[in-house]
Design a protein around this ligand. Structure first.
Ligand SMILES: Nc1ncnc2c1ncn2[C@@H]1O[C@H](COP(=O)(O)OP(=O)(O)OP(=O)(O)O)[C@@H](O)[C@H]1O
Ligand SMILES: [Mg+2]
Length: 146
C-alpha cells in the first residue's frame, strides 16, 4: 500500500498526471471514495498524463466517457447509478486489459474486476486534504515511479 496526501485540486490533478505518464495502456484503476472525494479530479490528471487533450468531466450520467491519449485510449466509467446485475451491459468487462480503464464507485463491482487492478481509496482529511491509498500487485509498481 502506498499513501499520498494532496491538499488542493491542483495537487490531486498533478498526482494523476504523474501516474498517467507511466502507463502502458492496459491498466485498470478502481476508485473508491465518498461523494466529492476527488475521483474525477484525479482522472483529469491521469488523462493529461497519457496525452489526452479533451477535458475530463464526470461520467455519472452517461456511465462511460472515452478519451484518446497519444498511444492508447482511456475508458472512464462511473458505477454510481449501476446495479451489479447491469454491469455486463455497460461494456466495461469487455474493455478490461485493452485500454486504460478507470472505474469510479468501483466498490459496487469489486468481485468483477481483475486481480491486477490498482485500487485507489481516497479518504477526506481535514479541510481540503485528501489521502490517496493505492493497493496494487508488485508488477504494477512502475506506475508509481517518480
Ligand atoms: N485535495 C483535493 N483534491 C481534489 N479535489 C479537491 C481537493 N480539495 C478540494 N477539492 C474539491 O473537491 C471536489 C472533488 O470533486 P470530484 O468531482 O473530483 O470528486 P468525485 O469523487 O469524482 O465526486 P463524485 O463522488 O460526485 O463522483 C472538487 O469540487 C474540488 O474542487
Ligand atoms: Mg466523479
Amino acid at each position: 500500500m502506498l499513501s499520498i496526501a494532496t491538499h488542493n485540486l491542483t495537487e490531486t490533478q498533478r498526482l494523476g498526471e504523474r501516474i498517467g505518464r507511466h502507463l502502458q495502456g492496459d491498466e485498470t484503476f478502481a476508485l473508491v471514495s465518498p461523494l466529492g472525494g476527488g475521483k474525477t479530479s484525479w482522472t483529469q490528471g491521469l488523462a493529461k498524463g497519457i496525452g489526452a487533450s479533451s477535458r475530463v468531466t464526470s461520467p455519472t450520467f452517461v456511465l462511460e466517457r472515452i478519451y484518446t491519449g497519444k498511444k492508447f485510449f482511456l475508458h472512464h466509467f462511473d458505477m454510481y447509478r449501476i446495479e451489479e446485475k447491469d454491469v455486463e451491459s455497460t461494456g466495461l468487462l469487455d474493455i478490461l486489459g485493452e485500454a486504460v480503464v478507470v472505474v469510479e464507485w468501483a466498490d459496487k463491482i469489486r468481485g468483477l474486476l481483475p486481480s491486477d487492478t490498482i485500487w485507489v481509496t481516497i479518504k477526506i482529511g481535514k479541510g481540503d486534504e485528501r489521502i490517496f491509498e493505492f493497493s496494487f500487485p508488485k508488477e504494477k509498481k512502475y506506475v508509481f515511479e517518480k
